[in-house]
Design a protein around this ligand. Structure first.
Ligand code: KG4
Ligand code: ZN
Length: 334
């Protein structure tokens, strides 16, 4: 079975073709350059750029896959930015109508969980930590389509905190990869930063940690930070984020007695988060699956993979073929 997956929830226009769950093509066109001068994603600009890119990206994915006929088309239904989501939905719907194939709406977070399945065998139930520019969500997942949201961020998402700290340090956008690189050269114990563990809840909060970096820089007054000092701030911040995320994910795995965990989303490409979760997972006897870094960030393959599970299980309703009222969602219910 061949599934075309379309992802447009934020700032990547992406499409992929899967055959029986395997990736035949995976094309991602990033809008990073477009949003750089604003230090973050501008929803209106993103929607317009998706509109320009969506068909060339889908064409490229189909050409690279080298197949003419597809059996179903999947798109990201949400959560995400409404304008960008609508572009992906309408494109998918048009293809489904023209080619008379099922249309499968997919939850973006479920996509990030199943991105880990391309290179790992997932064992359910599992705890999933999805960390990206827009999300920091802890899920209990009992199988495809069977989720419970345990907690999520009350303010900044982890990736957002990375982006804001990079901006404070003048490191550019997006912050995650640059801070990660600088952190590898720095000393994680150099700056004493808080760990927002919040043990009484499964929710997260990263705004205070970001503000602690701001205060640290402010207290230094007009003295400009040297390159080594920037590396140290990055390393200390990165250690605090990774420690907080991994501590909570491991606590949830223990509490719900699961034997595996998935770490996904753009921030799962982070070197320290990967290292620490693998290390602590081993200590606990927990199997930790992470997508390869290329599949951590938004892509169409992960969306197609979720749809493939649903199609195999016969869980796709016929009305999805052409219902013009099919909604997109900027949020998901707990
Ligand atoms: O999943 P994603 O591509 O898009 C959203 O759904 O948000 O994640 C993008 C986020 C950005 O905030 C970026 O700074 C962060 O992932 N990111 C990283 C790394 N690579 C990307 N954060 C930390 N370390 C990285 N290596
Ligand atoms: Zn994402």
């Amino acid at each position: 079975m061949r599934v075309l997956g379309i992802e447009t929830s934020c700032d990547e226009t992406a499409a992929a073709v899967l055959e029986d769950g395997r990736i035949l093509s995976n094309v991602v066109s990033s809008q990073i350059a477009l949003h750089r001068e604003f230090n973050g994603v501008v929803p209106e600009l993103a929607a317009r750029a998706h509109l320009q890119k969506i068909y060339p990206v889908i064409d490229a994915a189909r050409r690279e896959a080298g197949v003419k006929k597809i059996d179903a088309v999947a798109y990201t239904r949400g959560p995400g930015l409404l304008g960008p989501l609508l572009v992906g939905k309408v494109a998918a719907q048009a293809i489904a109508l023209m080619e008379k194939i099922p249309l499968v709406p997919v939850n973006h977070l479920e996509g990030h969980v199943f991105a880990a399945e391309f290179e790992n065998r997932l064992e359910f139930p599992l705890v999933a930590l999805i960390v990206s520019g827009g999300h920091t969500d802890l899920l209990l997942c009992r199988g495809p389509g069977r989720y419970r949201v345990l907690g999520r961020t009350r303010d900044d998402a982890a990736g957002e905190a990375y982006d804001k700290v990079a901006r404070l340090l003048g490191l550019g956008y997006p912050g995650g990869p640059v801070v990660d690189k600088a952190a590898r050269r720095g000393n994680p114990k150099a700056v004493d930063l808080p760990r927002p563990y919040m043990p009484e809840t499964w929710d997260f909060s990263f705004a205070g940690l970001k503000t602690a970096v701001l205060y640290y820089l402010r207290d230094r007054g007009s003295k400009k930070l040297g390159l080594d000092e920037i590396d140290d701030v990055c390393a200390s911040f990165q250690e605090a984020v990774a420690d907080t995320l991994v501590t909570k994910a491991m606590a949830a795995a223990r509490r719900f007695r699961v034997k595996s965990a998935v770490i996904g989303g753009g921030v799962a490409a982070n070197s320290r988060l990967r290292e620490l979760s693998a290390f602590r997972g081993q200590e606990l006897g927990l199997k930790v699956a992470m997508p390869t870094p290329r599949l951590c960030t938004d892509n169409g393959a992960m969306i197609a993979r979720v749809a493939w599970h649903r199609l195999k299980a016969g869980a796709v309703e016929r009305r999805y073929r052409s219902d013009p009222g099919l909604p997109v969602r900027s949020w998901v219910r707990r």
